[in-house]
Design a protein around this ligand. Structure first.
Ligand code: HAM
Length: 448
């Protein structure tokens, strides 16, 4: 029989296995714990939404919407669209897309379930999950990646902007990323009052410099001039360095709000850099925007998280005017940054204890089983051999698994009601009372 072609994972996706899945779960639980203290509740929204949610929410002229959406369609509807030669006959609810980010879906849910009662306290929610963007795949740039995000709906108080940013920086600190290795970039995007005039200024600037810009940026002058700040073309980036700065053209309210955010970050001792060319890749932003980069980072993919205020989004998506602000952290990029910085993330797993059998008789095997059970039930991570290996190869296996301690039991030890604790780094051995192993191991682990 001919051998079948082996299936491979789609380009730009990853199987989360072993330590990587453990890191994802641990990052989620670190988020749940920290964000919970700041009053955020967990939410999950569908991985797919009607296409409209994204095209309206993120902006028709953004790269994400124009080039990177993963569309989803049932076979029946696809067949029909192909037969008709167009998808024009499909209803909005039949045009679906995988979510490229979490904010638009959350806002859709908040409107649908009326989560923000008028005059009520702001709603704070966080989420974690896969996002999908059809990007050119690179190190740190995937087509399915994972984000942990947080959103607040219902107040435009700049205190919330500052608190959200502080919470984000505390999150990186809780993960074990040193604050001095991170760069928080901050800008204000203005609002419906002051942005239109600024947009016109940038449009004029682009047209004046059309000869030095790429074709796409020239076209952007008419579609979405501010996107030119995001162009990766070095020539365009140079031109945009000297473009008019939004922070010189903010209305009084926006300027005041921006000053207050900066003041509160100073009060909290959170360092930041003002980045007047930071516009972010999605159109919903107003006022405060921010991005966190890891120094010495992941090349062009150095942004490990970012976010901002979106005071017009709820209304744009059909809800009552409701201000909002949020951020999202990229899981894969945060891991890459930690690796590049040599930072040990705090959640790199509970220390492992290996229970080794010196001998194969039934009493020893039973003792190994009992000890593993007792250690696990006492909240520790324990592993043992299931293949009848020799003691020497059990030690090798323990090393391979990354065990920091071994508990060794053999017939003579059992007779004395003891086991031997072996420090896997120093190979130092001490005797311990069998009945008190969980407590002794816990103490030994704490002293490592
Ligand atoms: P974003 O900046 O597009 O913002 O994405 C947030 C983070 O997700 C990025 O900083 C990056 O770490 C990660 N990320 C984005 N694209 C990729 C990719 N292709 N591969 C790997 N990682 C990636 C948002 O998504 C907004 N929804 C954030 C937000 C929430 N704004 C307000 N509320």
């Amino acid at each position: 029989m001919a051998q079948r072609a082996q299936a491979r994972k789609p380009e730009g996706t990853e199987d989360l296995l072993g330590a990587r899945e453990a890191a994802w779960l641990a990052m989620r639980s670190a988020a749940g714990e920290l964000f919970g203290r700041w009053g955020f509740s967990p939410v999950e929204t569908p991985m797919m939404e009607q296409l409209d949610v994204f095209s309206r929410g993120l902006g028709q002229t953004t790269d994400v919407v124009r080039k990177e959406m993963f569309r989803a369609i049932t076979q029946t509807n696809l067949t029909r669209a192909l037969e008709e030669g167009s998808e024009a006959g499909l209803k909005a609810r039949q045009r679906l897309a995988l979510r490229p980010e979490g904010t638009a879906g959350f806002v859709r849910a908040a409107i649908e379930h009326d989560l923000v009662p008028q005059g009520g306290a702001p709603v704070k929610a966080w989420y974690a999950g896969s996002m999908f963007r059809g990007e050119r795949v690179q190190r740190g740039r995937l087509r399915e990646f994972h984000q942990i995000g947080a959103e607040v709906l219902g107040s435009d108080d700049p205190v919330l902007d500052a608190e959200l940013i502080i919470m984000l920086m505390d999150f990186y600190a809780a993960l074990g990323l040193p604050a001095e290795a991170l760069r928080l970039r901050l800008n204000s995007m203005g609002c419906a009052e002051c942005r239109p005039a600024y947009r016109e200024l940038v449009r004029g600037y682009l047209l004046d410099h059309a000869g030095e810009l790429c074709d796409e940026c020239v076209a952007r002058a008419d579609t979405n001039p501010l996107r030119a700040f995001d162009c990766k073309n070095p020539g365009c980036a140079r031109v945009m360095e000297d473009a008019p700065k939004i922070t010189d053209h903010l209305c009084e309210d926006c300027a005041e709000a921006y000053a207050e955010v900066k003041r509160l970050l100073d009060v909290a001792g959170v360092p930041f850099e003002e980045a007047p060319t930071l516009v972010r890749g999605l159109d919903y932003y107003t006022r405060t925007v921010f991005e966190v980069e890891a120094r010495g980072g992941v090349g062009s993919q150095s942004a490990i998280g970012g976010g901002g205020r979106y005071d017009g989004l709820v209304e744009l998506m059909g809800g009552r005017p409701t201000p909002g602000i949020g951020f999202a952290v990229g899981f894969e990029r945060t891991l890459l940054a930690a690796e590049a910085l040599g930072a040990k993330l705090t959640f790199e797993g509970e220390p492992l204890v290996y229970v080794a059998a010196a001998g194969k008789d039934g009493a020893v095997r039973k003792a190994v089983f009992d000890l593993c059970l007792a250690l696990r039930r006492a909240g520790m991570r324990a592993e043992a051999d299931y293949q009848g290996r020799s003691l020497k190869s059990q030690f090798k296996q323990a090393d391979k698994l990354g065990a920091v301690l071994c508990v060794v039991v053999g017939p003579e030890e059992l007779e004395r009601g003891e086991a031997t604790l072996r420090n896997m780094a120093s190979h130092e051995q001490t005797a311990a009372t069998l009945g008190a192993i969980p407590e002794t191991v816990r103490t030994a682990l704490a002293e490592l």
